[in-house]
Structure formats: C-alpha cells, structure tokens
Design a protein around this ligand. Structure first.
Ligand SMILES: Cc1cc2nc3c(=O)[nH]c(=O)nc-3n(C[C@H](O)[C@H](O)[C@H](O)COP(=O)(O)O)c2cc1C
Length: 310
C-alpha cells in the first residue's frame, strides 16, 4: 500500500523530485561517499557549498558536540566550481537522483560566477544559494538584509535558467521579510533554515572549543525553531519552502510537511544514522497511505492558524 503512494513534489521550474526527502548541504559531501544512505529513497542531493576557487576551510577544531546538537565551523571547504563541473557533474549525469549545487561566496560576483559556470552543465539539476553561511567573512550579510538578499538572488537569476533555491539564515529578526525579498527577486523556492549561531567554551582550557570561537548549531535541538520558521514562511510565500533543521525521524519530517514545507532536508542525522534517509522516506509513505491522503499536497495545515503568544 505505502509503496503505491505518490511522494513526488515539484520545486518549481521543472524540478520534480520523486521523494520529498533531500539531504542537506555540507552533510553529504558531493554524494560520492555516502555510505549507509539509500540513494533510491532520496528526492535530491544538495552538495557542499561551492565557491569559485578551491578552499581549505577553517583550521581545527571545526566541530563540537553539544546537548542534542552539534556546532560546526567548517568554513566552506570545497574543491571549487571547475572541479565540480569537470569531475563531478559527468558522474551525476548518470545518476537517477538530481543533484542541486549549493553555491557560496564572499561577494555577489562570486555567486554569479559560480552560477554562470554551472548553467547548462549536464548533471546539475538546480542551485541552492547559501546566503547564510555564518562561517566566512561577510557571509552573513546577504542573508540578514532583505535588500542585499534580493540583489544577490536577482544577480544569479539573470545568469541561469536552473531552478533556484535560496537558503535562508535563521539569525535574523524577520525571516519572512528576507523570504519575500528573494521570492520577488526570482527565487523558485527557499530552504529554511541554515544553522543558528552558537558557541561552546572549554572550561578547563578557558577558551572557545571552536577555532573561530563561534559556529553553526544544528541537530535535534534546533528543530522547534526551524519548524516555526517554516510555518511562518509557508504562510507568507507563494514559492515552495524546503524545511531543514533537526529532522531525525519520519515524525519530524511530517511536522515540517504539515507546517507547509514542500520537501525536507536531512542534515546532521546523516552523520549519526545514515539509514534515516530510507526510514524517513518509508515513514512518510506509510503515513500518507494510513491517512488515505494519496499525495503530499494534501498534508499542509492551511486552516485554523493559531497565532503564537509568547
Ligand atoms: C558540518 C556541516 C556543514 C554544513 N555546510 C553547509 C554548507 O556548505 N552550505 C549550507 O548552505 N549549509 C551547510 N550546513 C547547514 C545544513 O545544510 C543545515 O541547514 C543545518 O545543519 C540544519 O539542519 P540539521 O539540523 O538537519 O543538520 C552545514 C551543516 C553542517 C552540520
């Protein structure tokens, strides 16, 4: 029964996924060494953030564990867009799962250069703009200012026909304002959210655990926060919202889909239980079948919005 359920979703501009379960940028590399994750259960793979030139990232320590979460300050370690086009894309072109390249940079020109290079390349199904990386100089600016986020989105939109997701940062006062700005500037969808800024201090050594001091917090601890951002965005935007943040079970993923997400991305859980990809896919299918819903579009809670009073 559950295997007959239609789990396909559309993220706009012809990007149709067979499953709403994607893997999040930075937690699945470029898709080549994902041991234990069942690619057949995936709707799409989102790659590590890719910049014009290769980058080594930050010095160690780059990762730390905190209760129900992890901190990272990897700093955009990646081989650069040329390598992606020459070496990875030809392999992706033979896969049956679409690969979306996450794009990053320090300036609008960086994003535009990467997008231009990737446009029309076989094996690349779409772009996700990381306007929210907290770990590079100036990286946060685009994502916190609606005007700059729109400018960046429009600049990229002008040089590519690829489906364009814009990944939002939660480290803002009004995430909906940024979402609206990138929607108006030509984004086909938004991914919400990237990591929350956080830190941990080594009490014995009396210094921050991460070499950069602060980093991005991800994992189960952030799920209620991410869910709220998705709920707000889904109510306000016309374009699809891809939910990401702390998802580890099918029930978590369903919460995001009920909140109005068109699809979900799994991040930190890939490090802990790579088999979650298959479990979450099957759990969503079983839920849809058990509730006689037939397709995912019937899931979002649209009526009876209850305003939060905090
Ligand atoms: C080690 C690590 C590296 C990441 N690198 C990127 C990146 O390059 N670009 C990006 O947009 N998000 C990056 N992220 C953020 C994730 O894609 C995701 O938005 C975030 O971790 C929240 O989801 P989660 O709680 O399921 O992990 C990274 C996350 C982690 C843990």
């Amino acid at each position: 029964m559950a295997d007959q359920v239609d789990l396909s979703v559309s993220l706009g501009r012809g990007l149709r996924l067979r499953s709403p379960v994607m893997v999040a940028s930075g937690t699945f590399g470029y898709g080549f060494d994902a041991h234990g994750a069942d690619r057949t259960a995936l709707g799409a793979i989102v790659t590590k953030g890719t910049t014009p030139g290769a980058r080594e990232g930050n010095a160690p320590t780059r990762i730390a564990e905190t209760p129900s979460a992890m901190l990272n300050a990897i700093g955009l370690q990646n081989p650069g867009v040329d390598h992606v086009v020459r070496v990875y894309a030809p392999k992706w072109a033979t896969w049956d799962v679409p690969v979306i390249v996450n794009v990053a940079g320090d300036a609008v020109d960086d994003y535009v250069a990467v997008a231009r290079r990737l446009d029309g390349v076989a094996g690349i199904a779409g772009l996700e703009l990381n306007i929210s990386c907290p770990n590079v100089a100036n990286g946060l600016q685009f994502g916190v200012d609606p005007r700059m986020a729109a400018q960046l989105t429009a600049g990229v939109r002008a040089v590519t026909r690829l489906p364009l997701l814009v990944k939002l940062t939660p480290n803002v006062t009004d995430i909906v304002a940024v979402g609206r700005a990138v929607e108006d500037a030509g984004a086909d969808g938004v991914s919400a959210i990237n990591t929350y800024l956080g830190m941990a201090i080594d009490v014995r050594r009396r210094r921050p655990v991460l070499s950069r001091g602060s980093g991005g917090l991800s994992g189960p601890a952030i799920k209620p926060l991410a869910l709220h951002a998705v709920w707000e965005l889904a109510a306000a935007l016309r374009i699809p919202v891809v939910g990401v943040g702390g998802i580890t079970t099918a029930a978590d993923a369903l919460e995001f889909l009920l909140a109005g997400a068109a699809a979900v991305q799994l991040g930190t859980v890939n490090y802990v239980r790579p088999q979650a990809v298959r479990e979450i896919h099957d759990g969503i299918a079983a839920y849809i079948a058990a509730h006689d819903l037939r397709h995912l579009g019937a899931l979002p809670i649209r009526q009876a919005r209850v305003e939060a009073h905090v």
